[in-house]
Each structure stands twice: as structure tokens, then as C-alpha cells.
Design a protein around this ligand. Structure first.
Ligand SMILES: [Zn+2]
Ligand SMILES: [Zn+2]
Length: 294
């Protein structure tokens, strides 16, 4: 498995000198399993990935499996600029969840409506196949894919890919249920108990992963002012990773308000927490352009 981070920013693209190290492009991660090409999210990072694929494949046919976590802008906005999608020699399988009352295809078509973009989804020359999540794991080549719904406004999926004994989890935009459920309808204790059960299911979903791409968009100081926004704090994500005994944890979906020193400091804080717990978990902040072999 080879992992490349093409976009690590959350919410909105944040270019500039202050974010040059960790990057300003929004969510996009490439995973190669043998010759199979998997892409997680189509934030603005998918644009440079498209250019790299054009170079690599020149005029050869290209098949891509694109997994959309959810259809908030920062996870789909790069797709109209994904050059391989304009070639008749490209086939793209798009996986994801339907929106709130609209199919995945309709949501993706919507962002390319004539009022927003000059080219319609149907006018891209590649062959697009939409696959809406039906709750069951499936196989692509030698890779096994499982998905789970996460706690985020809208329908958001996390994905787990297992290939030749290695496992990779992409589960961004997620907040612990035990933080949000007590506030819903004043459920208090009952909400917290139910939340803990749902959070334990998420721990099982990512258990033992070689790489868990998660998010800690907020510091522990920032988080109390942002409960219910669908994101996690540093300590919440570290606790989940420790409970699941993953091998490495990549902080992803960096907050647009966090410049490079702030992101680096968050990874440092996480590593201090991990050290204090006597764990060998490797935690780092994902950098745009970073490549990892699992
Ligand atoms: Zn997001
Ligand atoms: Zn979102």
C-alpha cells in the first residue's frame, strides 16, 4: 500500500505562506493497492493528483475508484478540475452515500449546474459509475473495503481498506457521539451512554489499522466552543486511536485558522499525551505531498 496526501486542509482551501508546510488544498488522499488506484475525497487536492495521473498514464486507459466521504464542499469541490474525468479512456467508479433526500449522482451533478460551473457532469467524457453505500463490505481486486457512518452533519462515511495484510482507514470529519448526544433533546446521561456505545463501534471499525487518517480539527481549548460541528479535539482522537491500538495516526483536515506552527504544535501535544500513556502509537500531522509506504 502506498499512500499520498494531495490535500490535507479541512473546510476551505487555505493557500499561502502560512500553510505552505502542511498545505492549503482540501481533502484528497491517494491509495495504491498493487495496480489499483483508490482516491479518498475530491477536495481541491484532486486537481494536482489528476495532473500527476495524466503524466503517468499518458494515453493509456485509466480506471479509478473514488470514495467520497460526504458531499460538503471541501470533499467534492475539486472534482470538476480532475482532468482524467474529461478523457474517454478513463473509467471512474464513485462510491459514497446519497445526500439528504438526493442521490449521490444528483448531488455531484448539482455542483456542476450551469449556474456554478461551465461544464455539466454528463459532459465529462469519462465513464462514471455511481455506487451508493448499501451497508455491506465489498471487494475491489485484492482489496477488501468496509465503510461506516460517522458522526458529522449530513451523511458521512469512513472507509477501511485491507490489502495483503495491511489496513488503511480514512475516517475524517467525525465527532465523538458521547459529546453530541447528551445535548440532543436534553438526553444527558442516557445520551452519553448511547454515545459511548456508538463510539465503541467506531473503535472496532478502526481497530488495529496500520494507518488511521483521522482528524483533530480543534485543540482541546477550542473544542468546547464547537460542540456539534462534527469534528474532534486532539485528546478525543488520540483516545480513540489508543483504544483501537492502531499503529499510526495521521491528523488530517487541518483547520483553516491553524497555520503551520499551530498544526505542528497540535501533533506535539498529541505525542505528549501518547507518551504519557506509555504507548508506541506514531502520531503525525499529514502534510500535502507526503508519501507513505505501509
Ligand atoms: Zn470536511
Ligand atoms: Zn463536512
Amino acid at each position: 500500500m502506498r499512500v499520498t496526501f494531495w490535500g490535507t486542509r479541512g473546510s476551505i482551501a487555505t493557500p499561502g505562506a502560512e500553510t505552505a508546510t502542511y498545505g492549503g488544498n482540501t481533502s484528497c488522499v491517494e491509495l495504491r493497492c498493487g495496480t489499483d488506484i483508490f482516491i479518498f475525497d475530491a477536495g481541491t487536492g484532486i486537481r494536482p493528483l489528476g495532473l500527476a495521473l495524466m503524466k503517468e498514464f499518458a494515453n493509456r486507459p485509466l480506471t479509478i475508484h473514488l470514495f467520497i466521504s460526504h458531499t460538503h464542499w471541501d470533499h467534492i469541490q475539486g472534482f470538476p478540475f480532475f482532468t482524467p474525468a474529461y478523457l474517454p479512456t478513463t473509467t471512474i467508479h464513485i462510491y459514497g452515500s446519497g445526500g439528504q433526500g438526493r442521490s449521490l449522482e444528483r448531488v455531484l451533478r448539482g455542483q456542476m449546474d450551469a449556474d456554478y460551473f461551465p461544464v455539466a457532469l454528463g459532459d465529462m467524457h469519462s465513464t462514471l459509475h455511481m455506487h451508493e453505500f448499501k451497508g455491506k463490505p465489498f471487494q475491489i481486486g485484492e482489496a477488501h473495503i468496509a465503510a461506516a457512518y460517522l458522526n458529522h452533519p449530513g451523511m458521512n462515511l469512513g472507509y477501511r481498506v485491507t490489502h495483503q495484510g495491511k489496513s488503511f482507514v480514512y475516517a475524517t470529519d467525525n465527532e465523538p457521539y458521547q459529546q453530541t448526544l447528551p445535548h440532543l433533546g436534553h438526553r444527558a446521561e442516557a445520551g452519553r451512554d448511547f454515545g459511548e456505545r456508538l463510539d465503541a463501534e467506531f473503535v472496532r471499525f478502526i481497530e488495529g489499522a496500520d494507518l488511521y487518517i483521522g482528524e483533530a480539527q480543534y485543540t482541546d481549548d477550542e473544542y468546547p466552543g464547537r460542540i456539534g460541528w462534527g469534528h474532534s479535539s486532539i485528546s478525543a482522537t488520540v483516545e480513540v486511536a489508543l483504544a483501537a491500538q492502531v499503529r499510526s495516526l495521521a491528523f488530517f483536515h487541518h483547520d483553516p485558522l491553524h497555520d503551520d506552527p499551530a498544526v505542528a504544535a497540535m501533533a506535539q501535544t498529541a505525542n505528549r499525551l501518547i507518551e504519557a500513556r506509555g504507548s508506541s502509537l506514531h502520531c503525525f500531522a499529514a502534510r500535502e505531498g507526503q508519501v507513505l509506504e505501509l
